[in-house]
Design a protein around this ligand. Structure first.
Ligand SMILES: Cc1cc2nc3c(=O)[nH]c(=O)nc-3n(C[C@H](O)[C@H](O)[C@H](O)COP(=O)(O)OP(=O)(O)OC[C@H]3O[C@@H](n4cnc5c(N)ncnc54)[C@H](O)[C@@H]3O)c2cc1C
Length: 401
C-alpha cells in the first residue's frame, strides 16, 4: 500500500517490490524452516533459503542501498521499503544474516576497494554465507579478552584459537574474525580478519545443540590455519574499532542494512490464529476474555515498537541519534519472548508437543519460539550489556567499570 511520506521514486519502488513478491512467491519449502536464520540446520533448509535470497537479490530487493559497483542497487533508503514489502508478503527469511547485517556494512566502512568488490556481492546475493567469530569460551561480554592468536608469517597470518556460539559456521565460506596480534595491549592488540572457513586446512567446525534440539551454532577451532594478509580488514591493531562498527550494526543501529528476515513478522496475527484453534474452559480460547486481553496487550506493544522505529527516522523527534536504534535490540528480543510465552500459554498442555508431533499446534512453533527466544536476549551481546551501553552512551551515566 502506498505510503504518503515516500517520494515518487520510492513509491514506484514500493509498488514494484510488492508486485514482484506477489508474482514470485517461492515454492513451499521441502522441509520445515527454522524461526530465525541463526537456526538453519540442514542442507535442505540452506539450499532453499539461499536460492530465495539469490532471487530477491537479482530482483533488486536485497542490498538496495549499497553502491552498484559492489552488487547493490545504488538507491539509499530503498532497503527499508523492500524489507517492509517482504514482511508484508510473509516471505521466507534471508539466510545470510551475518553477511547482510554485519560483514557487508563493516567491509563497506573499513575495506579497501578491492575487498569491497571481492566480498560484498556474495554476501548480498547469499552465495557466500558468513559467520561471526567474536565469542570465545572466555570472551563473551568481555569481548576484548580475545585469546585467539594470529601471528604474521610472510604474506599470511597463522591463527590458533577457539571460537564458540558461531551461528551458521557449519555453512560459512567466510568468518568475520577478531584475533589477538599483540599480547602487550588489550584493545590495540586486536586485529580484524575476513577469514576463509569452508575447506580451510586447520579449521574445524563442530555443531552445538541448543535447548530446542536444533544446532544452528557451533564451536570453531583454529589450529595453524592460514589467513592471507590481503584478508585483514583495516590496520593491524585496529580490530577493536572495526569490531565496534560491526556491533553497531548488529545491535540495530541501521535497519537491516542489507536486507533482513521476515519470518517473525505479524506475531499478533499468529497468536490470534492460535487462539482460534485452541480451547480454554470448554470454549474457543479466542472467546476467552483473559486471552483476548493478553493478545491485545501484545498488539499494543508491537505497534508501539513499530511506531518507535518510525520516529528514529525523523531526527527532530529524538534528542540523541542512537537512542531509539539502540533500544530496538532490547525491545524486539524481549517482545519476542513475551509473545512466545503467551503462545505457549494459549496452547496450554499441547505446547509440550515437539515439532515432529503431528498434533502439535501450529506445527510445534510455540515451544520452539519460547525456548529459542532466550538465546535472542543473549546473542549480539546480552540485554544487560545493551542496557549498560544505553546508560553510558545515550543517558551519559558513569561507566560500569
Ligand atoms: C543464539 C546465540 C547465537 C550467537 N551467535 C554468535 C555468533 O554467531 N558469533 C559470536 O561471536 N557469538 C555468538 N553468540 C555469543 C554471544 O555474543 C554471547 O553469548 C554473549 O556476548 C554473552 O557472552 P557469554 O555467553 O560469554 O556470557 P558472559 O559474558 O559470561 O555473561 C554471563 C552473564 O553475566 C552478565 N554480565 C557480564 N558482564 C556484565 C556487566 N559488565 N554488567 C552486567 N552484566 C554482565 C551477562 O549479561 C550474562 O547474563 C551467540 C549467542 C547466542 C545465545
Amino acid at each position: 500500500m502506498a505510503d504518503a511520506q515516500l517520494t515518487a521514486e520510492q513509491a514506484d519502488f514500493q509498488e514494484y517490490a510488492e508486485r514482484w513478491l506477489a508474482e514470485n512467491a517461492p515454492p513451499p519449502p521441502p522441509e520445515r524452516l527454522p524461526i530465525s536464520a541463526i537456526e538453519v540446520m540442514t542442507t535442505g533448509q540452506r539450499d532453499y533459503l539461499q536460492a530465495w535470497q539469490y532471487r530477491c537479490w537479482e530482483a533488486g530487493l536485497v542490498g538496495c542501498d549499497y553502491p552498484r559497483e559492489v552488487g547493490g542497487g545504488g538507491h539509499e533508503g530503498f532497503q527499508r521499503i523492500a524489507n517492509q514489502a517482504m514482511a508484508g508478503a510473509r516471505t521466507p527469511l534471508l539466510i545470510n544474516i551475518v553477511g547482510l547485517q554485519m560483514a557487508a556494512p563493516t567491509i563497506l566502512v573499513h575495506g579497501t576497494d578491492e575487498q569491497k568488490r571481492k566480498f560484498i556481492p556474495g554476501a548480498l546475493s547469499g552465495e557466500e554465507i558468513w559467520c561471526q567469530g567474536f565469542s570465545e569460551p572466555g570472551a563473551g561480554s568481555d569481548m576484548a579478552n580475545q585469546q585467539t592468536l594470529a601471528v604474521r608469517d610472510g604474506d599470511d597470518w597463522v591463527v590458533n584459537g577457539h571460537k564458540v556460539w558461531t551461528s551458521l559456521g557449519h555453512f560459512a565460506k567466510w568468518m568475520i574474525l577478531i584475533a589477538r596480534t599483540s599480547k602487550h595491549h588489550k584493545y590495540d592488540g586486536l586485529t580484524y580478519f575476513l577469514a576463509p572457513i569452508e575447506g580451510t586446512p586447520g579449521v574445524t567446525v563442530r555443531p552445538l545443540v541448543k535447548i530446542t534440539g536444533e544446532s544452528g551454532f557451533n564451536e570453531v577451532l583454529f589450529e595453524d590455519a592460514r589467513v592471507p594478509d590481503a584478508n585483514r580488514l583495516d590496520e593491524v591493531g585496529k580490530g577493536w574499532t572495526v569490531a565496534m562498527t560491526t556491533l553497531t550494526y548488529e545491535r540495530g543501529a541501521a535497519e537491516s542494512a542489507g536486507g533482513g528476515g521476515s519470518s517473525q513478522a505479524h506475531p499478533t496475527q499468529r497468536l490470534i490464529d492460535l487462539a482460534k484453534s485452541s480451547w480454554r474452559d470448554g470454549r474457543s480460547a479466542a472467546d476467552d476474555p483473559v486471552t483476548r486481553d493478553a493478545i491485545v496487550q501484545m498488539a499494543i506493544v508491537g505497534e508501539g515498537i513499530r511506531q518507535n522505529g518510525r520516529r528514529a527516522r525523523v531526527p527532530a523527534l529524538t534528542e540523541h541519534p542512537m537512542r531509539i536504534p539502540l533500544q530496538s535490540k532490547l525491545l524486539v528480543s524481549e517482545f519476542a519472548q513475551d509473545v512466545a510465552r503467551l503462545g505457549v500459554d494459549i496452547a496450554g498442555a499441547h505446547s509440550t508437543l515437539y515439532k515432529l508431533d503431528p498434533s502439535a499446534p501450529d506445527a510445534g512453533h510455540w515451544p520452539l519460539a519460547y525456548m529459542g527466544s532466550y538465546g535472542h536476549t543473549i546473542a549480539a551481546g546480552t540485554n544487560e550489556i545493551q542496557r549498560n551501553i544505553i546508560g553510558e552512551r545515550v543517558l551519559g551515566l558513569p561507566k560500569s567499570k
